[in-house]
Design a protein around this ligand. Structure first.
Ligand code: C2E
Ligand code: CA
Ligand code: CA
Length: 721
C-alpha cells in the first residue's frame, strides 16, 4: 500500500515537474528573443547616432535647406554600407529628401513629430508608401546646429524582414513563434513562422477570432500597463501558450512587448504520455489508504504542530526558519541555486520609521519571497533583514528574470509603506553537490557582499568572487607604502615609432612592481585595485617624478630627448592640487612639459565638467594631452567634438578590426574625423606588418605595439636612444 502511495506521489510529481520545465523553456525562449530584439534595436539606434555625429561634425554649418540637402550623397553611402532600405533628412517644414531621390511630406509622421522635439524614435512596422511596398521600421534622431537647436531630423529605414529573421528561433521543433506589439496591440514585428491572426492589431484580432480571448487580452493589457511578465493561454484554431515580457530599449516613445507563443498541444505532448499509464487502479487503493491514515495522522497532528512551531517557525514572519530550511533542503540536489538576500540600508529604515514598521516591512518582504516560490523550492527568514532561498531554474537567465521580479516587488514596498528606498541584494551560489548546505550558504553570502560592494550591482554569482585575489589584494594594499619607500615600482618604457619613417619618436611610461623577492607584478594586478582605494594618486605622481628625473639625467648625458607620455588615472584627476604638484616637480627637475604628455581616458573626462576643466588647465600649462584607449567599448565619435586632445590613441581593439571591411571603415572615419579636428593619431597594440601598412594608408602618425617593441626596462630602452 505504501508502495502505491509513493508511486502515485511520484507520478504527480513527475507530471508537475515536466509541465513546469516546459513552461520554463517557453519563458527561456521568450527571454532570449527579448534580448536579441533589444540588442538589434539599440545597436541600430546607436549606429544611427554615430552616423548623425559624423554628419554633424562634417557639416558644422547645416542651417539652410540647401546645406541640409547636401548631406544626402553621404547618407547614400551609409545606407548602402549598413543595408538600410533608404536614409533621409526631414526639413523643419516636414518635407523629406531621401537617398533614393524621393521628395515628400512627412509632417504627420512620428519621426518628424518626435525628432523636432529632440527625441529619437523607432516606429512599429509600417507599409512603405514609396518604393517597393514592403514592411519597414523607421529609426530617427534629431539633428542639431551649433547652438544645440534642432534643425531637422535624420532617419534610417530598416527592413522589418531582418527583424523577422532574428525573431525566428528554432524552438519547439519550429512550432514556437513570436510577436512584438505595442501597448495598443499594434504589431511591430513577428517571426517568419507566426500565423497571421488578422489585421495588424494583434489584440483586436485575437478577440475577433474567439471571444473567449477577451479575458486574456484584458489581462495582457493590464500586465502591459504595469510592465510585468508572465504566462497566459489563448484560443486560436487550437489552444496556445503565451509568455509576455516588456522590451527595454531607449528611444522607444511607446512601450513594446515581446510575446512568445507555442501551441498548447506541443508543450502538453511532452507531458501526456506520462499521465496515461498507472491511473485508475492507483486511485482505488489510495482511497482505502487515506481513510485509514486520516485517523492516525489526526491524533498525532496536534502534538506535532506544537513541536514544529517551536523548532521550525520563524517568530517574526511565522514562516519557515533556517533550521527548517536546512532540514528540508534536498541533500543530493545538484542543480539548485542558493540565494542569500538582504536589504540595503535596513538599519536606516528601522531608525527612521521605528521597529514596528520595520517589522511590517520584513514580513511584507517575506510574503513576496514566499509567493514566488515554486514546487520543491524553499526559503527562510534568518535574523534582521537576512533571508535565504533555494530556487530551481533551467538557466541563469531564467533565475535572474525571477529575481528581477522579486526585486521590483520589494522595491515597491518603499512607496507602499511610505519610507526610504528599499533595495534588495542577492548573492547566488549554484550548488554543484560538492558543498553542504551551510557551505553553500556561506558562498552565497560572499557573493552577496560582492554585489553590495559594487554600486552597479544588485546581484552577484559566487563564481565572481575570487577568493585567492581577495587575499592577494589585501597583501598588495598592506605593502604599498613600503613599496613606494623602497622604490619597488619600476618604470618601463614602450617606444613609439613614426608610422612612415619607422624611427623612434617617443615612449609611454608603464609601471611594474618588483617585489622584495624579485618577482615582477604586472599593472593589471594592482592598478585597478589602487584606482579603487585611491593609492593610484600617489603611484601616478611617483611615476611622473621618476620620468622627470630620468629626462633630466638624459639631458645631462646629452642624449636625444624624446617625449615620454604618462598615464594619469581618473582617480588622480579628482584632485585639483595635482596640477600644482606636477608643475612643481617639473620645476624641480627643470623639465619642459612638452616632454611629458599626459594620457587620460575617455571615461575619465566625459560627463565630468570639473575634470574637463582641470585637463584644460594642464593643457594651458603646456602639457600635451592624449586621449587613451579610444574605441575601447562602444565609445562615441561625438566625444572628439567636446574636448580638444593633442593626440588620440586608438585602442588595440580598434586596431584588431583591420582585416574586417566594416571595422576598417570605422577606423577610416575615426582617423579622418580626428584629423579634421587637428588631432594626431597614435595606434596602440599594433602587432603585424599588415596593420602597419594599413595604418600608413590612413595617415596614422605614430605606432606603438609589439610589432616594433614591447615595453622595455630602462637599460634596454636607453640603448635605443
Ligand atoms: P595602457 O595605458 O593602454 O598601456 C598599453 C598597454 O598595452 C601596456 O600594458 C602595453 O604593454 C600593452 N601593449 C602595448 N603594445 C601591445 C601589443 O602590441 N599587443 C598587446 N597585446 N599589448 C600591447 P601594461 O604595461 O600591462 O599596462 C596595462 C595598463 O595599466 C595600461 O594600459 C594602463 O592603463 C595601466 N598603467 C600602466 N602604468 C600605469 C601608471 O603609471 N599609471 C596608471 N594610472 N596606469 C598605468
Ligand atoms: Ca596609456
Ligand atoms: Ca591605451
Amino acid at each position: 500500500m505504501i508502495c502505491a502511495l509513493a508511486l502515485y506521489g511520484q507520478h504527480k510529481g513527475i507530471y508537475r515537474e515536466v509541465q513546469a520545465q516546459t513552461l520554463a523553456t517557453l519563458q527561456d525562449v521568450a527571454l532570449q528573443n527579448k534580448k536579441g530584439a533589444e540588442k538589434e534595436l539599440s545597436n541600430t539606434q546607436k549606429l544611427l547616432a554615430d552616423i548623425t555625429a559624423v554628419i554633424q561634425l562634417r557639416h558644422p554649418n547645416m542651417e539652410t535647406e540647401t546645406e541640409l540637402r547636401n548631406i544626402i550623397p553621404e547618407l547614400q553611402r551609409f545606407a548602402s554600407t549598413y543595408g538600410f532600405k533608404r536614409m533621409g533628412v526631414i526639413l523643419p517644414n516636414g518635407i523629406t529628401y531621401t537617398t533614393d531621390n524621393y521628395v515628400y511630406d512627412l509632417s504627420q509622421e512620428e519621426a518628424y513629430l518626435y525628432g523636432m522635439q529632440g527625441l529619437p524614435n523607432i516606429t512599429e512596422s509600417l507599409r512603405d508608401e514609396i518604393g517597393v511596398a514592403d514592411w519597414i521600421n523607421v529609426f530617427s534622431r534629431p539633428l542639431y546646429n551649433h547652438s544645440s537647436e534642432v534643425i531637422g531630423v535624420i532617419y534610417a529605414v530598416y527592413h522589418t524582414k531582418s527583424f523577422k529573421e532574428l525573431l525566428t528561433v528554432d524552438a519547439f521543433e519550429g512550432e514556437g513563434y513570436s510577436y512584438i506589439i505595442n501597448t495598443d496591440g499594434q504589431v511591430v514585428s513577428d517571426s517568419l513562422n507566426a500565423p497571421m491572426y488578422g489585421t495588424t492589431n494583434l489584440l483586436d484580432s485575437l478577440v475577433a477570432l474567439d471571444n473567449r480571448n477577451t479575458q486574456t487580452v484584458s489581462e495582457l493589457t493590464a500586465a502591459m500597463d504595469s510592465r510585468s511578465s508572465s504566462y497566459a493561454t489563448f484560443e486560436a484554431s487550437e489552444t496556445q501558450y503565451l509568455y509576455y515580457t516588456p522590451l527595454e530599449v531607449e528611444s522607444l516613445n511607446t512601450s513594446w512587448y515581446m510575446l512568445t507563443m507555442v501551441p498548447a498541444k506541443v508543450l502538453d505532448s511532452r507531458v501526456a504520455p506520462i499521465l496515461q499509464h498507472q491511473n485508475k487502479f492507483l486511485l482505488i487503493i489510495m482511497t482505502a489508504i487515506i481513510i485509514a491514515f486520516v485517523y492516525i495522522i489526526w491524533s498525532y497532528r496536534k502534538d506535532a504542530r506544537i513541536l514544529h512551531t517551536l523548532a521550525y517557525e520563524d517568530p517574526l514572519t511565522h514562516g519557515d526558519n533556517y533550521a527548517y530550511f536546512l532540514e528540508k533542503l534536498p541533500q543530493t540536489e545538484s542543480n539548485g541555486y542558493m540565494v542569500a538576500l538582504d536589504l540595503s540600508e535596513f538599519k536606516l529604515i528601522n531608525s527612521i520609521c521605528g521597529l514596528a514598521k520595520g517589522d511590517l516591512i520584513l514580513r511584507a518582504v517575506w510574503d513576496i519571497i514566499r509567493k514566488h516560490l515554486e514546487k520543491d523550492e524553499l526559503a527562510a527568514h534568518l535574523t534582521a533583514d537576512q533571508y535565504i532561498m533555494y530556487l530551481q531554474a533551467v538557466s541563469k537567465d531564467v533565475l535572474l528574470a525571477r529575481l528581477r521580479m522579486i526585486c521590483v516587488e520589494i522595491s515597491g514596498l518603499a512607496e507602499q509603506y511610505n519610507t526610504v528606498q528599499i533595495s534588495p541584494y542577492f548573492g547566488i551560489y549554484q550548488s554543484t553537490g560538492t558543498t553542504n548546505a551551510e557551505e553553500s550558504y556561506t558562498r552565497a553570502l560572499q557573493a552577496k557582499k560582492l554585489a553590495k560592494d559594487n554600486a552597479q550591482k544588485k546581484w552577484a554569482f559566487y563564481e565572481e568572487v575570487d577568493v585567492a585575489s581577495i587575499t592577494e589584494k589585501k597583501q598588495l594594499e598592506d605593502h604599498f607604502e613600503d613599496a613606494i619607500a623602497h622604490h619597488e615600482f619600476e618604470v618601463w618604457y614602450q617606444p613609439k615609432y613614426d608610422a612612415h619613417s619607422r624611427t623612434i619618436v617617443g615612449a609611454e611610461a608603464l609601471v611594474r612592481w618588483r617585489t622584495g623577492d624579485g618577482t615582477l607584478i604586472p599593472p593589471y594586478r594592482f592598478i585597478p585595485l589602487f584606482e579603487r582605494n585611491g593609492m593610484i594618486v600617489t603611484l601616478d605622481e611617483y611615476v611622473f617624478t621618476t620620468v622627470c628625473k630620468q629626462i633630466k639625467e638624459w639631458e645631462m648625458q646629452h642624449k636625444k630627448l624624446l617625449p615620454v607620455s604618462i598615464n594619469v588615472s581618473r582617480a588622480s584627476l579628482y584632485y585639483e592640487f595635482i596640477l600644482e604638484r606636477y608643475t612643481e616637480i617639473l620645476a624641480q627637475y627643470d623639465v619642459n612639459p612638452s616632454l611629458v604628455p599626459l594620457e587620460v581616458t575617455e571615461s575619465a573626462t566625459i560627463n565630468n565638467q570639473q575634470i574637463q576643466e582641470l585637463v584644460e588647465r594642464f593643457r594651458e600649462a603646456g602639457f600635451p594631452i592624449y586621449l587613451d584607449d579610444f574605441g575601447n567599448g562602444y565609445s562615441s565619435l561625438a566625444t572628439l567634438n567636446m574636448m580638444h586632445f593633442d593626440t588620440i590613441k586608438l585602442d588595440k581593439s580598434l586596431v584588431d578590426y583591420i582585416g574586417d571591411a566594416n571595422g576598417e571603415k570605422l577606423l577610416h572615419y575615426t582617423i579622418k574625423l580626428a584629423k579634421s579636428l587637428g588631432m594626431k593619431i597614435t595606434a596602440e597594440g599594433v602587432e603585424t606588418e599588415n596593420q602597419v601598412q594599413f595604418l600608413q594608408t590612413l595617415h596614422c602618425d605614430e605606432i606603438q605595439g609589439y610589432f616594433f617593441s614591447k615595453p622595455l626596462p630602462l637599460a634596454e630602452f636607453e640603448q635605443l636612444i
